[in-house]
Design a protein around this ligand. Structure first.
Ligand code: SF4
Ligand code: SF4
Length: 647
C-alpha cells in the first residue's frame, strides 16, 4: 500500500512538474519502473495480434514454464509488437546491469535453448537481432546494435517510438518515459487557440486522405460558435493489408489517448470518442484498460488535476465497413444510423456529430501530437521535407523479406523502404510494382520507386499515401488479378447510396472478371467483348470519380486506372493472347497431355470434374480444350508428369 502511495505521489509530481525527472528520487523511480535498475532478468514477449498469430502466446507460456520449473527469479513482461511482424515471435531479454537484447522467431521449442544460454550470459547469434542502446546500462561486447539492423536503420520513430518497448497496460511505464507531460503542459501553459497554432506551426498534416493541416482543422471547430463540440479518433482501419492503427493502439494506447485529449482541449471539445472497428478486440481491450487507468489517476475525465477542465473519452465500436471510415458515414454510424456518407459541405468541423462542430483525425495523426507538444513544433518540423513534416508509418507487406510496420522520415524514397527496411524481394526475384495507399491506392512501376514519401511528390507521381499500405509485387504477381481483387473488395464495401459507385464498381468487376476468366458458357465473352470492356473501364472510372458522393466511389477506380496506365501490356496479354505471364490467372492456363509420357492409366479422366479428358485405357489420353475449365486437378493427380500446363 505504501509503495502504491509513493508511486502515485511521484507519478503526480512528475506530471505536474513539481519534480524534475533528473531529481534523485524521481530518477530512481523511473529507472526501477523501466527495469533499468533491477536485480533479476526481465524477459519481454511481444503479444500483439501479429505476434499471437505467429505463436507468441505459446512462447510466453513456454517461458513461464521454464522459469517455474527451474525456480528462477525473473520478471516476464508483455509488450506490443515493435512493428517487425515477420520476425515474430519476438523476445527481448535484459539481464541486470546489461543492455536489453532482442531475438527473433522464438517459437516455443526454441525457448529452453535460448534461456539456457542467455541466463548464463552466453549470447547465441542465431535468432539475435541486436542490443538496444541505453547509456545507463553496460553494452554487450561484439553484439550489433538493434538500431543498425536493416529493418530499423532507416527508420525514425515518433509514433512508434515506444512500441514494443513498454508494457502497453502500464501507466507508470508510459509516464516514466515522459508520457502525459505534453497534455498537462497543454492545460497549464496554453489556451486552446495557442495549441491549434502550435500544431499548425509543426506542419503536421492529416495522415490519411488529402493531408489537410491538422492545426487548421482544429481551429475551424474552435472558431465555430456552438454549445458543444466533439472530437473523434477514426480508428476504423478497414483496408486489407493496413494494420497501422491496430499496432499503434495495441503497442501504446496511452499515446493515442494523450493525443486525443490534447486535440479535444484545442478544439474546445468536452467529449472525445475513439471509433474503432469491433473486430480489433485486443486493441479495444488494451485501449479500455489504459483509459480506465488514466481516469483512475485523474489524468483524464472530470476536472483534471483541479484545473476545471473535463475531457470525457469514450470508446465506440464500429462495424468494420470500409465506408464507415469516411467522415460523414462515420458520424452517421456514431449517431446510431446506417453508416452512409452525406453531401459535403457542411464539413464536420462546422457541423458534425449531432449537428455540432466535430473534428475527426486518424490514429496516426493523433499519435504524433504528444511529441509535438512536449518537444516543440520546431523539433517536429526539423524532420521531413518542405511541405511534408515529420514521419510516415507504412504497413509494408507482400513479396518482401521484412514485413511489418515501418516509420520513416518524410522524404524517404519508396525504394529505400522496400529495399533497405524490407531487404528486398525473397528468392532474388524482380520487384515488378509497388502498390501504395491500400484498396483505393495506386500501382507504381519501377521507374517511380525513387519517389519520396511526400504529399506533393506522390501526387506528382499520380499517387497518394492513403491508408499507409505499401504492397510489394514481384514478377509472380499478376497485376490484372490484383486490380480485380481490389475492385471486388470495393464493390462489396460500396454502401450503394449513389449510383456511380454502386453500379460502377459492379460493372468494372464484371469487366475484369471477363478478362481473367475463360468463358464457361456458349455465349461467353469473346475477345472483342473483352476489348470493349477495357475501353469502358476508363470512361466508367471517369464518371465514378466525377460524380460519386464520397471518397470510396471517387477512389475505387485508382488501382485499375494506375495499373492500366503503367502495365497496359499485361491487360492486353490477358485480353488478346489469353495469357497470364505470372501464371496466377489459372483460368487462362491451357492443359494438354504429353502422349509419350501418358501411360493411359485414366486417373485424370476419372477425376476431371468437367469430363474434359477422353481416351481408352493403356493408350494416351486427350484433353478437350473447349470443355476444360483449367481447374488443374489432372495436373495434380497424374503420377507420370504427363499433363502439361501452358501459362
Ligand atoms: S493421369 Fe497422367 S498418365 Fe494417367 S491417363 Fe492421365 S495423363 Fe495419362
Ligand atoms: S484442368 Fe480441370 S477441367 Fe481441364 S482437363 Fe484438367 S481436370 Fe479437366
Amino acid at each position: 500500500m505504501a509503495i502504491r502511495k509513493n508511486n502515485q505521489d511521484i507519478l503526480q509530481e512528475l506530471l505536474l512538474g513539481k519534480v524534475s525527472p533528473g531529481e534523485p528520487h524521481a530518477q530512481e523511480w523511473i529507472h526501477r519502473t523501466l527495469h533499468y535498475k533491477t536485480d533479476r532478468p526481465v524477459i519481454y514477449v511481444a503479444t500483439g495480434t501479429c505476434s499471437i498469430t505467429a505463436g507468441a502466446l505459446k512462447t510466453l507460456s513456454a517461458i513461464r514454464q521454464y522459469i517455474e520449473e527451474r525456480n528462477i527469479t525473473a520478471l516476464v513482461v508483455e509488450t506490443g509488437c515493435p512493428g517487425f511482424c515477420s520476425a515474430e515471435p519476438l523476445v527481448d531479454i535484459q539481464l541486470p546491469g546489461k543492455n536489453r537484447l532482442s531475438f527473433r522467431e522464438i517459437t516455443e521449442e526454441k525457448v529452453p535453448f535460448l534461456l539456457d544460454d542467455v541466463l548464463h550470459r552466453i549470447i547465441p547469434t542465431e535468432n539475435l537481432l541486436g542490443q538496444y542502446r541505453n547509456p545507463l546500462l553496460d553494452p554487450w561486447k561484439d553484439i550489433p546494435w538493434l538500431e543498425e539492423h536493416p529493418f530499423y536503420s532507416i527508420q525514425r520513430r515518433i509514433v512508434m517510438e515506444k512500441a514494443g518497448i513498454l508494457d502497453p497496460l502500464s501507466l507508470e511505464e508510459y509516464i516514466a518515459l515522459g508520457g502525459y507531460r505534453g497534455f498537462i503542459k497543454t492545460l497549464e501553459m496554453y489556451t486552446p487557440a495557442e495549441v491549434c497554432q502550435l500544431v499548425e506551426k509543426s506542419g503536421l498534416r492529416g495522415r490519411a486522405g488529402g493531408g489537410f493541416p491538422v492545426g487548421t482543422k482544429w481551429k475551424t471547430a474552435l472558431l465555430t460558435p456552438a454549445p458543444a463540440r466533439y472530437f473523434v479518433c477514426n480508428a476504423q482501419e478497414s483496408d486489407p493489408g493496413a494494420f497501422t492503427d491496430r499496432l499503434i493502439i495495441e503497442s501504446n494506447p496511452h499515446q493515442l489517448l494523450e493525443g486525443l485529449a490534447i486535440g479535444a482541449y484545442a478544439a474546445g471539445a468536452g467529449k472525445a470518442i475513439v471509433y474503432i472497428r469491433s473486430d480489433y478486440t485486443l486493441a479495444i481491450r488494451r485501449l479500455q484498460t489504459a483509459l480506465n487507468k488514466a481516469l483512475e489517476a485523474g489524468i483524464l475525465g472530470h476536472n483534471i488535476f483541479g484545473s476545471g477542465i473535463s475531457i470525457d473519452i469514450e470508446i465506440r465500436q464500429g462495424p468494420g465497413a470500409f465506408v464507415c471510415g469516411e467522415e460523414t458515414a462515420l458520424l452517421a454510424s456514431l449517431e446510431g444510423k446506417r453508416g452512409m456518407p452525406r453531401q459535403k459541405p457542411p464539413y464536420p468541423a462546422e457541423s458534425g456529430l449531432n449537428n455540432r462542430p466535430t473534428i475527426i483525425n486518424n490514429t496516426e495523426s493523433l499519435a504524433n501530437i504528444p511529441a509535438i507538444v512536449s518537444r516543440g513544433p520546431e523539433w517536429f518540423a526539423s524532420t521531413g521535407t518542405a511541405g511534408s513534416k515529420g514521419t510516415k508509418v507504412f504497413s509494408l507487406t507482400g513479396r518482401v523479406i521484412n514485413s511489418g510496420i515501418v516509420e520513416v522520415p518524410m522524404g524517404t524514397t519508396l525504394y529505400d523502404i522496400v529495399f533497405k527496411a524490407g531487404e528486398g524481394i525473397p528468392g532474388a526475384k524482380k520487384c515488378k510494382a509497388l502498390h501504395i495507399g491500400g484498396s483505393v491506392g495506386y500501382t507504381l512501376p519501377p521507374s517511380l520507386f525513387h519517389t519520396p514519401v511526400d504529399y506533393e511528390a506522390l501526387k506528382e507521381a499520380g499517387a497518394a499515401m492513403g491508408s499507409g499500405g505499401l504492397l510489394v509485387f514481384d514478377e509472380n504477381t499478376c497485376l490484372v488479378d490484383m486490380s480485380n481483387f481490389f475492385m471486388h473488395f470495393m464493390q462489396k464495401q460500396s454502401c450503394g447510396k449513389c449510383i456511380p459507385c454502386r453500379e460502377g464498381t459492379r460493372r468494372i468487376s464484371q469487366i475484369l472478371d471477363s478478362i481473367i476468366r475463360r468463358p464457361v458458357e456458349k455465349n461467353g465473352h469473346s475477345t472483342l467483348e473483352r476489348f470493349k470492356g477495357v475501353m469502358q473501364l476508363e470512361s466508367i472510372s471517369t464518371v465514378m470519380k466525377e460524380t460519386s458522393l464520397c471518397g470510396l466511389g471517387i477512389n475505387a477506380p485508382n488501382p485499375v486506372l494506375s495499373t492500366l496506365k503503367w502495365f497496359r501490356d499485361e491487360f492486353e496479354e490477358h485480353i488478346f493472347d489469353r495469357v497470364c505471364r505470372a501464371g496466377v490467372c489459372t483460368a487462362l492456363r491451357t492443359f494438354s497431355i504429353d502422349a509419350d509420357a501418358c501411360t493411359g492409366c485414366a486417373l485424370c479422366a476419372r477425376k476431371c470434374p468437367s469430363n474434359a479428358i477422353i481416351g481408352t485405357e493403356r493408350n494416351p489420353f486427350f484433353i478437350v480444350e473447349d470443355k476444360c475449365t483449367a481447374c488443374g486437378i489432372c495436373y495434380d493427380v497424374c503420377k507420370f508428369n504427363a499433363v502439361i500446363i501452358k501459362p
